[in-house]
Design a protein around this ligand. Structure first.
Ligand code: PLP
Length: 449
């Protein structure tokens, strides 16, 4: 079909995620056609270097033939197997076993979802079930971070603290509460790691005291806040938050939807700090975007409390038709093989200096106020004035100009509204890919104003 016809049909019928409907109609869609390694081609054959792994998910890069092969084999052998009524499938069982082996030791049970939002939603529902089973039904308050993102399910969107996800949706619920995010660049205590960690611990303690510890169910956080602007807390922050939750008697839930699967170096960010969460959510890199899948993992304590919490014949009423889908699970197993035996995790770690160094070099650029990263997850924060850290006036619409310039230069990344540029290159990037990424990025920054 002609591109112009597709663009017209898109305008007419297709609702895009997290889009201004009218602005999207005006701008029109860019149709992506094919991908290989770190590169995409659009419908006109224009080559684009993807520095965002799709939506922080295609961690393996595009066109991995072995993933295509296992998906086709599984589809032809058995495209679907329900997980209901004591049925199951080999790939789902093996993937659950593998995740338990590779994740923090506290996590021993896996429930598969279709993505990250329903993993967060499942976590909230299981936590509610857990406390009701324990005979503590008053524990209904949840705490998360300002600037946090935990998806857009009806309840999970309330843990998300980004205004667009609440506006006109009547969120958050009265049981959803926030504390300040550990944001070194804009923290009142500056880049003093110990003070930032102490500030978050004190804020969590104060919020729990305000709500009453007996009423608080859990604290949710991302190890590095992604959609909130790639906010990288100091090393040791995650561990301190876990310790505080344990002391306060509330559950500690880590949302590794972005940070999982090699994005920050190890398979999960929790592993770098020996963090043992009570629950953990994941998606994206689990199947590297080749098929939808997410998961929530939980500890023995939570699993057993739920298991024993009701009369034996009462089912735990949470489930979806496609939980543990065998094609997605087969893909997940192959993706995990590529991360480990295929050398992708090791390549990501080896390439980190190219990524971090390239971002750091741009600190000398007149527009760049901050450069931050961990592993292959990073950001540049653009400011109108470096001394005062003043942001550019919204009327300038700098992020839109940057998105346009980036496309012209053939580079894909995320330009957030507050002039933070987010980057999440695939773990297959080579040194040449990074050299090209930074030369295109410099060109964009040099010409955008
Ligand atoms: N949690 C985090 C930390 C995320 O970054 C996202 C998506 O970006 C989600 C949850 C929601 O995942 P999904 O978009 O797969 O529903």
């Amino acid at each position: 079909m002609q591109t112009s016809d597709l663009v017209a049909l898109d305008r007419k019928h297709l609702i895009h995620p997290v889009a201004s409907f009218r602005e999207h109609e005006q701008a029109g869609v860019t149709i992506l056609q094919s991908g290989r390694g770190a590169y995409l081609s659009d419908h006109q054959g224009k080559e684009l270097l993807d520095a965002f792994s799709g939506l922080w998910c295609v961690n393996t890069g595009y066109g991995q033939e072995s993933i295509v092969r296992v998906a086709a084999e599984q589809m032809s052998r058995l495209p679907y197997a329900t997980g209901y009524f004591h049925f199951g499938s080999e790939p789902a069982i093996l993937l659950a076993e593998k995740l338990v082996e590779l994740s923090p030791a506290s996590l021993t049970h896996v429930y598969f979802t279709l993505g990250g939002s329903d993993a967060v939603d499942a976590a909230i529902r299981y936590i509610t079930h857990y406390y009701n089973s324990l005979g503590q039904p008053q524990k209904k308050q949840f705490i998360s971070l300002e600037r946090g993102y935990h998806g857009s399910s009806s309840v999970g969107a309330g843990l998300t603290a980004l205004p667009n996800f609440h506006f006109n949706f009547d969120l958050p619920l009265p049981t959803q509460n926030y504390i300040a995010s550990p944001y070194p660049y804009r923290s009142p205590v500056g880049h003093d790691d110990a003070a930032i960690i102490a500030g978050s611990v004190a804020a969590l303690r104060a919020k729990v005291a305000e709500l009453g510890a007996d009423n608080v169910a859990a604290f949710f956080c991302e190890p590095i806040q992604g959609s909130g602007g790639v906010i990288v807390p100091p090393f040791g922050w995650l561990k301190a938050m876990q310790k505080t939750c344990n002391e306060l008697g509330i559950l500690f839930v880590v949302d590794e939807v972005i940070t999982g699967f090699g994005r920050t170096g190890p398979l999960f960010a929790c592993l770098a700090e020996d963090v043992q969460p009570d629950l953990m959510t994941m998606a994206k890199g689990l199947t590297a975007g080749y098929a939808p899948m997410g998961a929530v993992m939980m500890s023995d304590r939570i699993y057993n409390t739920i298991a024993d919490g009701a009369a034996a014949h009462v089912v735990v009423g949470h489930g979806q038709t496609y939980s543990g889908h065998p094609v997605s699970a087969a893909i997940g197993l192959e993706v995990l093989r590529l991360y480990h035996e295929g050398g992708l995790l090791a390549n990501g770690v080896a390439q980190e200096p190219n990524f971090a160094g390239g971002l750091r070099d741009l600190l000398s650029h007149p527009l760049v106020g901050d450069a931050r990263s961990r592993g292959l997850l990073g950001a540049l924060e653009l400011v109108a004035d470096k001394d005062s850290k003043q942001r550019f006036a919204p009327e300038l619409k700098l992020h839109e100009r940057i998105a346009t310039a980036a496309y012209e230069q053939g580079l894909i990344f995320r330009a957030f509204g507050d002039n933070i540029l987010g980057f999440a290159p695939a773990l297959c990037y080579s040194s040449d890919d990074f050299a090209l990424m930074f030369s295109r990025l410099k060109q964009i920054l040099d010409t955008v104003l």
